[in-house]
Ligand binder design. Structure first.
Ligand code: CA
Length: 225
């Protein structure tokens, strides 16, 4: 999943970023509204964690921009103030959830997971594609009933492929989904092949079908047709 964290307190921003990165999520951070607007123009996020009090304005003010540019993303508002006004205005302008500081990372994590299930996977807990099933609560993948051990990148890749089944995905979009901002520094996409090759190998070794079709010169398509 791809997360945007908009938070000006450096320590909190880093703590949240590190936590979700360790969980295998792709995290992009912004410390003010201007930076957040730039990231929102360049990426599609699954979840946005939005602080209210930012140095160049109120987080509430960019909610309309988020709703315009990020079709399916879930938005969770963070605020130091236990202000009912912020909460009501935020939810009115399209935020999905609200958490008051200070909070425990475990609480933030379970809210984010619930948001992802609700928004990205429309309430589903298990994503099924023929013999492949991905349990989103456990972050586990099964081929028939057999557990498939995947790295974080392979898991993210498989989820992305299945989520976009029957659509042609360019190498650029796959790279962007897996590496986010860091992609600016990479001049070829060879590193994608390694993950694709390993994912294929693992699925086939468990008796799964190879659904990944190479679209020459463009990218890939995950399809059983
Ligand atoms: Ca703040």
């Amino acid at each position: 999943m791809k997360l945007l964290i908009i938070e000006d307190e450096t320590e909190l921003r880093n703590t949240i970023s590190d936590f979700f990165k360790k969980n295998g999520e792709l995290v992009i951070a912004a410390e003010n509204i201007a930076e957040a607007e730039d990231k929102l123009l360049r990426h599609q996020f699954d979840v946005i964690i939005l602080d209210i009090t930012l140095p160049d304005g109120s987080g509430i003010d960019i909610l309309p921009i988020i709703r315009d540019s990020q079709e399916n993303s879930g938005v969770l508002i963070l605020s130091a103030k236990n202000s009912l006004d912020d909460k009501i205005v935020g939810l009115d302008l399209g935020a999905d959830d609200y958490l008051t500081k200070p909070f425990h990372l475990a609480e933030l994590n379970s809210r984010i997971k619930a948001l992802i299930r609700r928004k990205v996977f429309k309430g589903e807990k298990v994503i099924q594609f023929n013999e492949i099933s991905i349990n989103l609560s456990e972050n586990q993948t099964y081929i028939n009933d057999s557990l498939l051990m995947l790295t974080n990148k392979e898991f993210t890749l498989l989820l992305y492929l299945i989520n976009n089944k029957n659509r042609v995905l360019t190498k650029e979009s796959i790279a962007e989904h897996l590496w986010g901002d860091n992609i600016d520094f990479i001049d070829n996409y060879d590193f994608i092949y390694t993950h694709i090759k390993n994912l294929r190998k693992k699925i086939i070794a468990k008796g799964g079908e190879d659904y990944l079709k190479t679209i020459h010169g463009i990218g890939y398509k995950y399809t059983s047709i």
